[in-house]
Design a protein around this ligand. Structure first.
Ligand code: AMP
Ligand code: MG
Length: 521
């Protein structure tokens, strides 16, 4: 295996001088060197051929013992120096101090086809940032991250990627619902891949500790490598950087809203500075359209990270990043201005996204109302988001209300319970929509083609991930492969996978892992 190793993060930024792998506060550094833990019986479950190709490893090499050893942490590649990053963060709105890579270990960076990739193992053992936990990951959460990050990529959402998924051969103790019932689960290690895994929290911890010199180094490093379009100097450079991070963050969240993805733990340590979806934990996919839904049981009380609040949380998190960057700028006003523009940009992009889901191209003064009324109506009875939007493209502008409504009614979880009153709301909305379609320039077919590129047919429904997990627990990895293939083309009809274009089955409604997820992973 010959990778084109070109480390930068650990070469250009200050390292923790203490080499002992003990849990502690790490000062004056961006990272600590660590060695991944050896595992008792590593076994490769799945590799992403796309990511293999991206980093320059052949399919044959991926089947070798050498690949298995490196990507389960049992062997360290020559000329590389694995490390864990130091970061802090706001968890559920409160400053939590140092967090850091408690169970992620960065192996190295490679450059292939002019593209930089950082390779990171998740679940490869303790680091100075492991606090009270074990540095390990279980199969369940590793499958969820592995499948979902690839699915998101193919949906067109900015995200970290996944290279490989392996069993460690070790058992890991977890209390899934935090109710005093711990049990052993299979340990796993995923290798994930991104240009960089730097988070808002990497900047925050340095600002909190008033390590302004290192803060400047980290910011300059990030701009130089990942925001190369920024050419300004001095304070302007940092303001341009912040503006760009804001824009990327907005774009990412708008895509989440488009596909019905709820991250579940939008703490600032889980916000990538590149605007990528990162740290797939208790995330979930909307089934019934519900702005108030959160998959995360830890968040059940206040629902801070509910679907309809993700846009606002993006702003809240950027506010924390602004505080962290302040020492480099020393003026609040320009930072505040960038934050002040957030809502306007977000709302504009949100409306444009929603209109694209409806196949509308013209600009009319009642656009907002049309979109808003649909959101309200969708929530009157449980209505599957993915199926509703996907089926909407089958409507013709000539359809009557009855015909149009009939084409979408597979999306209703309890079609028999659609009361006359709810139906009146639907009639009102469809009449407006059908009228509007008459004024649009696209033909029915053209509109359908456009809409089907925006409204996915297949997403990683919560129960699907759970089915793949249940099978994998018994040693059958076939559903992982099936979903991996299916979700490569989420916008294609793929009739052979039709069974996955279906509402959540009733058994999954209140099942752990399907509708209830905890941070335990
Ligand atoms: P998360 O909620 O997954 O974003 O994690 C929050 C913090 O807890 C991060 O610093 C993680 O590295 C750390 N963490 C989560 N799980 C573990 C674990 N099993 N072992 C060590 N650290 C962990
Ligand atoms: Mg995290």
């Amino acid at each position: 295996m010959k990778l084109n190793i070109q480390d930068t993060f650990n070469k250009e930024l200050p390292a923790d001088k203490i080499l002992e792998n003990s849990r502690r506060q790490v000062l004056d550094a961006c990272f600590s060197y660590v060695t991944p833990k050896k595992t008792s019986n590593p076994k490769l479950i799945h590799v992403s051929e796309e990511m293999l190709a991206a980093i320059g490893i052949s399919k044959e090499e991926a089947q070798t013992e050498a690949f298995l050893k490196v990507f389960t942490g049992n062997e360290v590649l020559e000329n590389t120096h694995p490390y864990a990053m130091c970061y802090g963060g706001h968890q559920f709105g409160n400053w939590a101090g140092q967090l850091g890579d408690g169970r992620a270990i960065n192996l190295t960076e490679v450059v292939h086809n002019n593209q930089r990739w950082a390779l990171q193992l998740k679940g490869a053992g303790e680091t100075p940032y492991s606090r009270t936990a074990d540095g390990l990951a279980v199969l369940r959460s590793s499958i969820r991250e592995y499948l979902c990050s690839e699915a998101m990529y193919h949906l067109g959402v900015s995200t970290t990627r996944a290279l490989s998924l392996s069993l460690s051969g070790d058992e890991v103790l977890r209390d899934v619902m935090y109710n005093g019932n711990p049990a052993y689960e299979k340990g796993a290690i995923a290798c994930r891949v991104s240009q960089s895994f730097i988070r808002f929290g990497n900047f925050q911890i340095l600002a909190a500790r008033k390590q302004h010199l290192i803060l400047k180094q980290l910011t300059d490093y990030t701009i130089q490598h990942f925001y190369a379009d920024i050419t300004s100097e001095g304070k302007e450079k940092y303001l341009d950087f912040f503006t760009e991070v804001r824009n990327r963050t907005i774009d990412m969240i708008i895509h989440w809203q488009r596909v019905g993805f709820v991250h579940g733990v939008m703490n600032t340590d889980n916000m990538s500075i590149l605007g990528q979806t990162i740290d797939y934990g208790p995330y979930g996919w909307l089934e019934g359209y519900d702005l108030g839904w959160t998959p995360n049981t830890t968040d059940a009380q206040f629902k801070r990270y509910r679907y309809g609040n993700q846009g606002y949380i993006g702003l809240w998190n950027l506010f924390q990043l602004a505080n962290a960057l302040y020492p480099l700028i020393e003026e609040t006003e320009p930072l505040q201005e960038i934050l002040n523009e957030y809502n306007t940009i977000y709302e504009e992009k949100y409306l444009a996204m929603k209109k694209s889901k409806l196949g509308l191209t013209a600009s009319k003064k009642d656009d907002k109302e049309l979109v808003g009324r649909l959101e309200e109506t969708l929530q009157l009875s449980e209505t599957d988001m993915t199926i509703f939007y996907r089926n909407l493209s089958n409507i013709s502008s000539e359809d009557s209300f009855e015909v149009a409504f009939d084409k979408t009614k597979d999306a209703f979880y309890t079609p028999n319970e659609i009361s006359d009153e709810i139906k009146t709301h639907w009639k009102d909305w469809f009449d407006r929509y059908l009228n509007r379609l008459q004024e649009e320039s696209l033909s029915d077919l053209e509109r359908k083609q456009q809409m089907d590129l925006i409204n996915p047919k297949y997403v990683l429904r919560n129960y699907m991930a759970q089915l793949a997990i249940d099978k994998a627990d018994k040693g059958d990895y076939s559903l992982i492969e099936e979903f991996y293939q299916l979700l490569k083309k989420p916008y294609d009809e793929q009739p052979k996978y039709q069974e996955w274009f279906a509402k959540r089955p009733e058994w999954a409604r209140h099942k752990v892992g399907c509708s209830m997820l905890s941070c335990s992973s």
